[in-house]
Ligand binder design. Sequence first.
Ligand SMILES: [Zn+2]
Length: 447
Amino acid sequence: MKLQTHKMTVTMDDHSSHLEQFKAFFKQLDDDNKTIEKLPRQMIEDYQLKAINAALAHIWNRNAYYRSRLEEYGFQEPKLNTLEQLADVPLLSKNVIRGDKQKILCVEPKEIGQVHLTSGTSGKPIYTSYSLADQYVYDLLPKYLELFKETDADVAAVALPYEFALPGLGFQRLFQFAFGTAVLSLGKGGYMAPVDKSLELMKEFEATVLATTPSYAALLAEESEKYGIRIGEDMKLKKIWLTGEGCSHTFRQRLEEWWGCEVSFFYGSTECGVVGVECSKHKGYHVAEGHVKVEIIDPVTEQVLPYGKTGEIVVTTLLREAMPMLRYRSGDIGYLQKSECECGLTMDILHLRGRMENIIRLGDQEFSPFLLEHFLMEIPDVGMWYTFKLDQGALKIAAEPFRTALSDEELAEKVRSHMASRIGVDCEVEINRAIPRTFGKATRIIS
Ligand SMILES: [Zn+2]
């Protein structure tokens, strides 16, 4: 097997950081024709402990806030003896860094190469600063060649937000600099590449890969019919990467049927970068353990939970110079599992259950929005646009019909009885033929 090589090497005069030592580790893996994906657990964990200790020493010397927090928690030196001791490191919550550019910055401001912002749907945005070395050197050190099959023979259409957000630029860098893939920077329905032009460009340049959100993948497929572009003939994709929103497996499978290619999930965030990537078995995300250490905590007691227990996903970045995230509370819900995946990867598996605030409470039960979506998508007469609204404890569903002979009344009844049998409570169903499409994040849970 020939390992892909990075197409670009950034040379930065006099540049050095606490991350230099890991170049040798990953170089050795390259030389041995290996990636971190299949290493024995002990080797992965030894690497992670070393990387966390390097990060702790870095922030101890470079950042007053992080240091004072560690000291408050009884640290006299920035060092862990075991990976389990990470539980002693204070958690970092969004509120602490929201709207604050400097608080956890660990380099001089002039060393910042790129600033990313979260979409800031709730209040001020979170600014995440990266050094050039973060993005073009360290971020590319761990390779996941089992998970990514893109090469320089591919053309990747990136239909993700580009303005300040990480997803568009992040995928662009990954494709270009890790795999040498040509990139069409489509964005999501912006001035330069509205939907019709995006589809035309994908056809014209014979795109083979698409990276986008679940809702935009559905929108592009839908619109292609309108513009007479035939999927599978005018446009032949071999892979779609979904990110940004998360969705159910049934929704994913529908996209696979529609687009006629494999569709896989990629889980990451603007603050932490890549966190998990789905393998071809589609049984959860393999944690990108070269880049991050993931823990699951009880959101109330903040105690670390064992494998199999659902709680809040906490992420520690391993290869960051400018703004390392230490035990960052993601606000996402999920659980970890030891990898016994048939694909042979040894990296832990993360099962994602959605945003904490989107968990829907019905009676004394809690439902992940992905699970409710899965139940809804089991009905083939329902389209891919819908909303769930919780109104005084009752669930109201608005759904669109899809290539069905049923009348609206018949379909509403079908949805009502199917959902009642799946979730055990009655809900109200409205058939709506014009659920608004969105170029931003799809709002499917209305509170
Ligand atoms: Zn796997």
